[in-house]
Design a binder for this molecule. Structure first.
Ligand code: RB5
Length: 151
């Protein structure tokens, strides 16, 4: 499975940790930066290219990290086809995929510890969209919204 990961300075250390964790498990991980810790960098510069690659189908899933996870989710969700959410507990990590076809998990590098983040990411990556009619119907309503708000 090819996935992408991106972070600003607030998420940089967790990003590096997750790459180290995921590669031996067989995930092909594309790193969208930041490539060094720079306290003055801005999360949209890394999160938006990641979200665009996920929305374009170049990656199966994305992991977006900032200090709180909030800015990452705000930025990622501006991209049509990106379905991003800040995740802090296990249930939503998989149910967000199963019901809402979540394709980007957002994490707070200053909020969620390494081991908890690893477990959340695995639950997210291993989950599959159910494809149930009611979930397809709801997603189609989201897609209509995206088309109406083309920018
Ligand atoms: C950066 O200091 C911090 O504001 C950012 O990483 C993130 O938490 C924004 O939501």
């Amino acid at each position: 499975m090819k996935i992408g990961i991106a972070a600003d300075h607030g998420g940089f250390e967790l990003k590096e940790q997750l790459i180290t964790y995921l590669k031996p498990l067989g995930y092909e991980v594309e790193d969208f930066g930041a490539y060094k810790l720079d306290a003055s960098d801005d999360y949209p510069d890394f999160i938006v290219p990641l979200a665009q690659a996920v929305a374009a189908g170049k990656l199966s899933r994305g992991i977006a990290v900032c200090g709180s996870g909030v800015g990452a989710s705000v930025a990622a969700n501006k991209i049509a086809g990106a379905r991003a959410a800040l995740i802090t507990e296990h249930f939503s990590a998989h149910q967000g995929v199963e019901d809402d076809d979540l394709n980007i998990i957002c994490l707070g590098g200053r909020i969620t510890g390494y081991v908890a983040a690893e477990e959340l990411v695995l639950a997210f990556l291993r989950a599959e969209f159910s494809g149930a009619d009611r979930h397809q119907r709801r997603l189609e309503k989201v897609r209509v919204l995206e088309k109406e708000n083309l920018n």
